[in-house]
Unconditional design. Sequence first.
Length: 485
Amino acid sequence: MKKEREHVIKTVEPGSIAEELELAPGDVLVSVNGQPVRDVLDYHYLINEEYLELLVRKPDGEEWELEIEKEYEDDLGIEFENGLMDDYRSCSNKCIFCFIDQLPEGMRDTLYFKDDDSRLSFLQGNYVTLTNMSDEDVERIITYHLEPINISFHTMNPELRCRMLHNRFAGEALKKADRFFEAGVAMNGQIVLCKGINDGRELEASIEKLSGYLPYLQSVSVVPVGLTSHREGLYPLEPFTKEDARGVLELIHRWQEKLYREHGTHFIHAGDEWYLLAEQEIPEAESYDGYLQLENGVGMVRLFREEIREELEKLRTPENPKKQNEPEKAGTPEYRNMPQASKEPRLVTIATGKLAAPILREAAEQIEEQVPEIRVQVIGIENRFFGERITVAGLLTGQDLKEQLSGRNLGEELLLTENMFRDGEDVFLDDMTAAELSGALQVPITIVKSDGKAFLEAVLGRGKDEQPERTGTGRRGKQPYEHRP
Ligand code: SF4
């Protein structure tokens, strides 16, 4: 018989209900209102009450029965050792485009784990294929009012989906999306586009079918398949060309216009990579419908540009009344108090992937133009570890950075965006740490959030206390192997 998993408390938030109850790391949560807790979904559902009875076992074996009266949605302030409060579910597919199959050998074991767990959809925004969800899972999501669920559709052609996911149940699994639609559960979708497979007419047919899930399906992103140079023995997939990208964009824009006319939403969105590959202008902010798929690299460039523009605008208008009303942080000078011209300009270097380099260069030029005391060097790093076709910053390794930055004048600081690092740690994909890289290059490294305000502040040498909080959610541009099941 399967032994019940113990829910051991890892941290107790200061000032929380749990702290008031004298709960501590190492305590075990046994039940809530007399019910065992299967996983994190159960936990969140069960604690959404005004009156709770918790049974907790202390490390010495003593059991505490605790009664709590609280506001309905108040959290208890507990984090458990296992964030999911259950075993992580691995995927039951063998997708022809799987990024994990294209990882080189010898990386740390956890990177090879293929998760496809609907609970991670709610916790971290992961996309799931629905292929290993039971009917009970579907009903639990509906009953618990959990949303949005993020679904990797890839195609709405059931037969093609079976082939792409290499799973004979993958076509049938689409019916679970019908169930979410009938129950009014909010969804987001994604399509990893593979050349000659689910593009062209197949893509058109998929968009048409997916639009039938409006308004509950809020958005669908289309991202190009990521191809590393480690594809020996895998399904032959070709990279998209500039012309292909233009064709994909033409199709998506045509559907956006139609759906906007009919439903008031653009619904289908092209990932930023398509525009950069096609060498076409990034759309205006309005067409991103509130940036619903930012973590999927949809609209990041537009939002970043907007943020830089706004921040530079603030710099330009020292008497901005809004700014004057904001409380000043002790020791944090306002922009209007920028350092006046010193003899030596401050030189900083930003290293990023080849994809984002031109965008950051453009921002750097704008900053330099406005703040002559600053010099910003942007270096696009080639991804030799995964192959040159991988151009996103999130998949750069410490080794590639070290090799390509060694011997260069990097100035006062090297700025790196947080998506290059593992959640919560300053460690690159190849296990090199930021400190090791800093030692090798003999330059201080600052890890920067991927938004325009943080970028500008880091370039100016400000706001270090506001840089990454190191949580797993809310960051932009997650590494593709995490979000492309
Ligand atoms: S792409 Fe995702 S769902 Fe497909 S095999 Fe890889 S991990 Fe599994």
